[in-house]
Design a protein around this ligand. Sequence first.
Ligand code: GDD
Ligand code: GTP
Length: 430
Amino acid sequence: VTKAVILVGGASRGTRFRPLSLDVPKPLFDVAGHPIIWHCLTAIEKVPSIHEVYLIGYYDESVFRDFIKDAAHHFPNLSIKYLREYQALGTAGGLYHFRDAILKGRPERLFVLNSDVCCSFPLNEMLKLFNEKDAEAVILGTRVSEDAATNFGCIVSDNHTRRVLHYVEKPESKISNLINCGVYLFATEAIFPSIKSAIKRRADRPNRLVSYPSSDNLESSFIEYQNDDDDDEGRQNEVIRLEQDILSDMADNKQFFVYETKDFWRQIKTAGSAVPANALYLQKAWQSGSKELAQPSANIIPPVFIDPTAHVDPTAKLGPNVSIGARATVGAGARVKESIVLEDSEIKHDACVLYSIIGWNSRVGAWARVEGTPQPVTSHTTSIVKNGVKVQAVTILGKECAVGDEIRVQNCVCLPFKELKRDVANEVIM
Ligand code: GDD
Ligand code: GTP
């Protein structure tokens, strides 16, 4: 028996996903026509030995209710449950807290998936390596540029045996360009004792110092930091991170291996990263001959997803890499490319939307132009420097925004309910 856990985090997280996470928890944001974590379930379903999946997070109980109902219907072979942490317990703390539930039925193996990554999730390949090596843990790895690597967990491995020799979470200096994709397979008899001894080590340490990973998300680190000060000792001891507290130790034991994927992989952190994630999942669906996608034609350049309830004028030109949400309308002569158009929004005739996200219930006026800047697929950042200022490469309209007729919006992030009546570029509109 194998089980799977998807770490969904909670409301204090996903701050870099604003303004899109203001209305929908990030794991439920739609890319390529489905919530982000739906794509995880699609991969999990392909592992025959998995029948139980837990979403672990600290969102309110009600948040995933409808999602789980829909998923249960669509993935009849999977039992899906949400387990709520009373506070953020860290990537390993939640696993440990719910160990009784997870270990029920005596699963030998446990997949753990970060919810905020987009990849082909080669779980069966990881399982194969796990069995071949009689492993205690297998981590999914991918190669990124030397410069990008230090933003992730870095893996030093033996090329021949694929053994993990060292693991360092977001190192200060470059140690390897093979990075942690946030997807793991553990032997249950190895992971839970490891977490237990990490907790014990922490409790024994007289002067506890909780280190947080460096990240470019100053805002959220700050929030976490503040919480620390308020927390009492006992609760603090429960925050355990797989990356810092467990994986480095596992590298000392000999049974930790890395499966290196050559397939696509991207992190979904910033709101703008939903655009490449959307593109990658659409391309995957297109390659696998998915029936959900729109039929190619003179005006549909695949891959394009159009919700059945959306209305797209036949003279509008869409694609590649476009998703049109429920009840959205796209008028005559409009052009949409490399973009996500969310539910109930309206793109008027002859408007142009490129490398952008149009928020729920937003309006783009006639002959308006909303655009971001193309980024190389291999890039792991979603910001660019324009006139010496760091701006988002993707233009994002929050919910219920309105762009006037003939207005041009370029590389902007626009908070909800804004009306744009003049041309804007390289700005955050608040
Ligand atoms: N349930 C729960 N509780 N989930 C959590 C918690 C928590 O306290 N903290 C984080 N998560 C979830 C997040 O929602 C996300 O899906 C995942 O765990 C990892 O989030 P972070 O802790 O923010 O780490 P990161 O994304 O900066 O880095 C991790 O992922 C990278 C790949 O995307 C690390 O594992 C890196 O090594 C890795 O390269
Ligand atoms: P395609 O071959 O049509 O995909 O265009 P392209 O390869 O020239 O791509 P490009 O990124 O230059 O432009 C994308 C499409 O948007 C082009 O077909 C343009 O005709 C169209 N386009 C550009 N600006 C506007 C605009 O302001 N309004 C409208 N309606 N369409 C525009």
